[in-house]
Design a protein around this ligand. Structure first.
Ligand code: ADP
Ligand code: MG
Length: 348
């Protein structure tokens, strides 16, 4: 049987470039090479698209672009169903059966790359254009979640065209502490917990460094819980996990070092609560039109209320990331998750 060509797209013109390198190298190491021929396409931080021929290790340590990469350009022509590759003054065409964008955040997880692949007629792993774009925008995602009947933090949103004084005043209608966030970012970039007016003003200016739109939210007491979902029609839900924080919030440093925080998988909750969380995660996944896979993040309050936080349509995907760990809890290995994702994309 012919092996199918799977383009794994990594890196990205995004602050989460490095996170993608770690996820993508893990994915590459777990692809079934008997079934699939992986074609590695790296996007540099500057947004250059290059075909890479080396090992996953050099992706992980960010030296992949140092050796013999060729510039590539995906074709919008469905007859080509792949990309042009440029080398030594000539070009060639490579057919792609399906693509797996392992990109986090801006210009990758937000519907842009999905739009390009859709136009090219290339099936791809994960959520579609609309779902990716909605989940990327914390303001829009909150509105959809709320309309599906799930509680969301009280929040305000603002964009750069508004007067700063108006934004400060509007944000101050919420009770301190508040969370100030870029509307479309990830890995906690640009997020501050503000306890006072001076902190709030600084936090808003800081969030605007990451995006032209921001959200300010009330603080939700309790702990953070997540649910991994795989599938489009028949959904597989992973075990619920729980983040135990010692101080502050789950910021970039904590996410990738777990210095003071701890992830409990499964969460330290009873079965009834876990089932309620899974059910809410399923409602949110469907409301936000997710397909393929996503990680639904919520809060569980001391009163047992479930509050929406966000949906990550391309969640962290290293061998020790939350998403594969939650699915390991229901018996799926990392390799079988990768295999199912690719198969689902090909069946589209
Ligand atoms: N409303 C909130 N109440 C309490 N903690 C929050 C709230 N919003 C965010 N956080 C904390 O900030 C972290 C990052 O926020 P999140 O919205 O998940 O952004 P990102 O997309 O960068 O992960 C969360 O994991 C949580 O620790
Ligand atoms: Mg988050």
């Amino acid at each position: 049987m012919d092996r199918k060509n799977i383009a794994i797209i990594f890196g990205g013109c995004s602050p989460e470039y490095e996170v993608s390198l770690n996820s993508a190298s893990a994915v590459i190491e777990h692809v079934n090479n008997d079934l699939y021929n992986t074609i590695l396409i790296g996007i540099t931080k500057e947004g250059e698209w290059l075909r890479y021929f080396g090992e996953a290790d050099k992706i992980r340590n960010n030296t992949w672009f140092e050796e013999g990469c060729n510039p590539v350009a995906f074709s919008q022509s469905r007859s080509i169903h792949g990309f042009y590759e440029f080398s030594e003054g000539s070009s060639s065409i490579t057919f792609v059966d399906a693509a797996f964008p392992v990109l986090h955040g801006k210009n990758g997880e937000d519907g842009t790359v999905q739009g390009m692949l859709k136009l090219a007629g290339i099936p791809f792993v994960g959520c579609g254009i609309l779902s990716s774009a909605m989940c990327m925008d914390k303001d829009i995602a909150h509105r959809i979640a709320q309309s599906s009947g799930v509680r969301v933090p009280i929040s305000i949103s603002a964009d750069r065209t508004m007067l700063l004084q108006d934004i400060f005043n509007m944000a101050e209608t919420l009770r301190y502490p508040v969370f100030v966030k870029p509307a479309r970012a990830g890995s906690s970039f640009g997020i501050t917990r503000a306890n006072s007016r001076p902190e709030l003003e600084k936090a808003i200016l800081y969030a605007f460094e990451y995006d032209s739109k921001i959200v300010v939210e009330e603080n939700i007491d309790g702990f953070e819980i997540g649910c991994a979902i795989l599938g489009s029609d028949n959904l597989i839900l992973g075990e619920v996990d729980e983040i135990e924080l010692q101080t502050g919030f789950f910021d970039y440093n904590e996410k990738y070092t777990l210095n003071t925080s701890k992830i409990h998988m499964p969460a330290r909750i009873d079965k009834v609560t876990s089932d309620r969380i899974k059910n809410t995660a399923r409602i949110l996944y469907n409301a936000l039109c997710c397909t393929g896979f996503a990680r639904v993040d919520m809060f569980l309050t001391p009163k047992g209320e479930i509050v929406f936080n966000e949906v990550n349509t391309i969640p962290g995907f290293t061998a020790h990331s939350r998403y594969p760990n939650m699915l390991r809890g229901v018996g799926l290995s990392f390799a079988s998750i990768v295999d199912r994702l690719i198969r689902m994309a090909m069946e589209k």
